[in-house]
Ligand binder design. Structure first.
Ligand code: ZN
Length: 134
């Protein structure tokens, strides 16, 4: 079951450049930075209450984030919903007619299992499911 919005993913060309906005303008504290090699991205997380902001910077031109930046420029990339059963969530989405990008969850940032639904089936908003591993 979906319990809350876990985070909003925001594509940026440079986390170092974007940090100034989140830290100085908004006064948020960076909770951690992490590279996710399978997605060819670097991430930085900020807590805003229970919801997090996840900045995503591509580490390769082949990264999905690099392609997003070419097409759209920087901006909101995805909404991530926390679930306590990512496999069940994916089955339910598939049975209900959604297109899955990932049938099998993979290891994302923050020690979580993650998987995405295709934005073409979710009214233009890339949807992520994520489940804490512990
Ligand atoms: Zn995410």
């Amino acid at each position: 079951m979906i319990s809350k919005i876990d985070h909003l993913g925001i594509a940026v060309r440079s986390i170092d450049e974007a940090l100034a906005y989140y830290q100085s303008v908004l006064g948020l504290t960076c909770e951690g930075r992490e590279e996710v090699p399978s997605q060819m991205v670097k991430t930085a997380f900020f807590a805003v209450g229970e919801v997090h902001i996840e900045l995503l910077e591509p580490t390769s031109d082949d990264s999905p984030i690099a392609k997003f930046l070419v097409k759209n420029g920087p901006g909101i990339h995805h909404i991530a919903y926390a679930t306590d059963d990512i496999h069940g969530q994916l089955s339910q989405a598939k049975e209900s007619g959604a297109r899955l990008i990932h049938e099998i969850p993979f290891e994302g940032a923050g020690d979580k299992l993650v998987a995405f639904l295709h934005p073409k089936c979710s009214f233009g908003v890339l949807t992520e499911f994520c489940q804490a591993k512990h």
